[in-house]
Design a protein around this ligand. Structure first.
Ligand code: SPV
Ligand code: MG
Length: 537
């Protein structure tokens, strides 16, 4: 189990190392903070308000801030310290805030000793501070409210900001630490670290110190380390980075009235999808949604061949009827189709077709099976290619999700391709090697992959994968295949044509064939060795 966010944050505060939080202001930027390697997030009041288009003066209500924080927390696994300004009211509002933050898995809250509605620390001079004792009550109330013992309360001292000296700052910091604060944040807006270093010299409470070096950013980080500061907050750098990037691109698009020069200057759309983790949803859809194309769907199984390499096992039946763990291959296929609500199943038999006795399947016979290849078998079923259909080899076993994925992929003609071409048997048997518009490892699902070539003679090291013997046609795709079959049927050597010749023909005619990649989880029962592998599948 992963370490709780609260515990992660507490450990960061208490570790001997200098730790860093980086500002985020919404779910996306929070995720970017995490991916950058930072161990924690600063939910900046300035950043969140700016991103909402309002001032950092509590113009966004506390529940509006909470909404944003919930997205940030949900999008990440690292702890978030929320800049909750003054706590949005008195101790009672703080209690309710802490309760809500814990419910949203926020690790810690930072409260500052100013007055509601707050003003950003870098605006104006001599901002009024909260009464110290009243603020101590807020700290105590927060600590008494938290349910998780590791939830942290950071007390932010604004005395330097408000023009007070070291004594007032120390007095307040000590009072807050004694009220139960897990850390004090000492803020300073001068361009040197002098106030902070003076404070650290005088500070002798065991309470960790947090700083925000926005204004004294030229100070080397080693200075903070040597001063034994616990945590540095880079407080507003992503919101500022996003502003300059957006201003730049917005201006360019306006001036150029075109996207041409900006496209390469910004992330591709697929990066947006990646950050949104769209792929997880895609996988969930495969698992939980009924397949899109099951209505009135049909399956055609090509099962004419004997399976000569299987020896005496196929003396009395075709290989599609060989039992795998007691169940004939064809029955397994039929079960897969039933599972995706395809009940109209046609098997094209040939060798010992009379032994194909699977219930609820129609059988057509390619009487010429000995002299022909798969296209002739498919031609036997040419009249059935008049609606959405899945065509499958009769000698394959696969995990059902492969079929679901195929059905869920849009496209008129879609093939399942195993990207794992170095499978042990790939070199020795007839293999439908393919080249595609993109390899599977560069395949972002939102951009479709096209089949460029299917060629058993392709050297395996040039192949992007292997067609597994499963293809889906929409009604339109099936009609194209019907036409293609008629065209090819007129040729002299039709008897020698295989499925790869059909795909090549379709590609030559400019029809798009889409690819859905898989990685293993299927077998093609070609010989005894694979048959025994299938027994364990
Ligand atoms: C924030 O990021 O909102 C802060 C830090 O409170 S500062 O803007 O420096 O006050
Ligand atoms: Mg703030």
């Amino acid at each position: 189990m992963s370490v709780k966010k609260t515990t992660q944050f507490k450990q960061m505060l208490q570790s001997d190392r200098l730790e860093f939080l980086l500002e985020a202001h919404n779910g996306l930027s929070a995720k970017i903070v995490e991916e950058s390697g930072h161990a924690g997030i600063w939910g900046s009041g300035l950043g969140i308000s700016a991103a909402l288009g309002v001032r950092d003066n509590n113009e966004a209500s506390w529940t509006q801030v909470l909404e944003v924080v919930e997205f940030m927390s949900d999008a990440t696994t690292i702890p978030l310290l929320l800049d909750a300004d003054t706590g949005y009211g008195n101790f009672n509002n703080v209690c309710r805030l802490v309760k809500k933050l814990e419910q949203r898995n926020v690790a810690a809250v930072c409260l500052e000793d100013k007055l509601f509605p707050k003003t950003n620390s870098f605006l104006g001079e001599q901002q009024p501070l909260a009464d110290m004792d009243e603020f101590c009550g807020k700290i105590k109330a927060a600590k008494d409210t938290q349910q998780d013992p590791d939830f942290c309360v950071v007390a932010r001292v604004e005395a330097f900001i408000a023009g007070w000296g070291l004594n007032e700052t120390l007095k307040r910091a000590e009072a807050y630490a004694r009220s139960g604060a897990d850390a004090v944040l000492i803020h300073s807006k001068i361009s040197k670290p002098d106030q902070i270093l003076a404070f650290m010299q005088a500070w002798n409470e065991p309470c960790p110190v947090v700083i925000v070096p926005t204004m004294y950013y030229v100070t080397p980080t080693s200075v903070f380390e040597e001063a034994k500061i616990s945590m540095v907050i880079w407080a507003n750098h992503l919101v500022r980075a996003s502003i300059s990037a957006m201003q730049d691109i917005a201006k360019k698009i306006y001036v150029e009235r075109s996207l041409l020069t900006v496209e390469d200057a910004i992330v591709p759309v697929r990066e947006v999808f990646r950050l949104q983790d769209a792929e997880t949803l895609k996988n969930a859809e495969d698992a939980y949604l009924p397949s899109r194309q099951t209505e009135h769907g049909r399956a055609i199984v090509l099962a004419a061949s004997k399976g000569a390499d299987l020896g005496s096992l196929t003396d009395d039946k075709p290989k599609a009827m060989l039992p795998i763990q007691g169940k004939p291959l064809l029955q397994r296929l039929t079960d897969h189709f039933h599972a995706v609500e395809i009940h109209d199943i046609l098997v094209v038999g040939g060798y010992k077709a009379e032994t194909i006795t699977i219930s609820d399947v129609k059988v057509e016979v390619n009487a010429d099976w000995e002299q022909t290849k798969e296209l002739s078998s498919l031609y036997t079923a040419v009249d059935y290619l008049n609606r959405p259909v899945v065509v499958s080899y009769g000698d394959i076993v696969f995990k059902n999700y492969i079929l679901r994925r195929l059905l869920n992929e849009p496209g008129d003609i879609v093939v399942s391709v195993d990207a794992n071409v170095i499978r042990t048997h790939a070199q020795t048997r007839f293999t439908d090697f393919v080249r595609c518009s993109r390899r599977s490892d560069t395949d972002y699902f939102e951009e479709s992959v096209q089949l460029l070539e299917m060629n058993p003679l392709l050297p395996s090291n040039q192949a992007d994968g292997e067609w597994i013997g499963l293809v889906k046609f929409s009604a339109e795709g099936a009609r194209r295949v019907q036409t293609a079959l008629q065209e090819l049927h007129g040729r002299d050597h039709f008897n020698t044509l295989r499925m790869n010749d059909l795909f090549e023909h379709l590609i030559r005619q400019g029809h798009e064939i889409r690819v859905v990649y898989t990685n293993g989880h299927w077998l093609d029962i070609d010989d005894l060795e694979i048959l025994s592998e299938a027994m364990e599948f």
